[in-house]
Design a binder for this molecule. Structure first.
Ligand code: FES
Length: 190
């Protein structure tokens, strides 16, 4: 039986998982089903993004952009599937679970984006709100306290998990929120 991605404690390249998808228009593409991660939300507070949206899950993204196509991957990471006056103004479909192949374990430009937002004021707001908080454990792994995203299937690097949505850092051992990767690399938060 195919495992739900939200129940995986380890995500294996090339393996198939049941992945939540939402039908809608994204970027310049016409309507199709996109793999999403995390709940529908907006980021009016801190990140100054008022539109309701889902984040795309790069691990199951349908197009075979090479990892070196930084522009494309930046778009996947920073442009959510959203409802706005211009994009999906009548709303988005309900979530449908589909069997999809894991094509990568994280967004290839996650580290680059971390650097890029290191001086952004709205990210400092997010860090100020969450640094030092204790993440909850759902029995499989830590759950990001920002939008309650299960992090069990995310890679651990140097003892830290970086939430793929807004880059908060979680200590893989203790579940303590350390601050965003951006802030830590800038030496601001620990
Ligand atoms: S959901 Fe926003 S940082 Fe995790």
């Amino acid at each position: 039986m195919t495992q739900k991605i939200t129940e995986a404690t380890e995500v294996v390249l090339g393996r198939y998982y049941l992945v939540p998808t939402v039908l809608g228009r994204w970027s310049g593409y016409s309507a199709r089903s996109w793999p999403i991660i995390g709940p529908r939300h907006n980021d009016r507070h801190c990140l100054n993004f008022e539109w309701d949206h889902y984040h795309l899950d790069a691990r199951f993204f349908p197009f075979a952009y090479p990892d070196s196509d930084h522009q494309a991957w930046k778009g996947v990471m920073s442009m959510p599937l959203m409802t706005s006056e211009r994009m999906n103004p009548t709303g988005l479909s309900a979530v449908v679970w589909k069997r999809l192949k894991c094509r990568r374990t994280k967004n290839p430009v996650q580290d680059m984006l971390v650097e890029a937002v290191s001086t952004a004021k709205q990210w400092q707001c997010l860090v100020d709100d969450f640094a030092g908080r204790q993440a909850l454990h759902d029995g499989r792994g830590w759950v990001c306290p920002h939008r309650k995203v299960p992090l069990a299937g995310q890679p651990v690097e140097d003892g830290v998990i970086i939430c793929p949505l807004h880059l908060l850092r979680i200590d893989a051992e203790t579940g303590k929120v350390l601050g965003s990767a951006a802030q830590c690399r800038g030496g601001v938060a620990a």
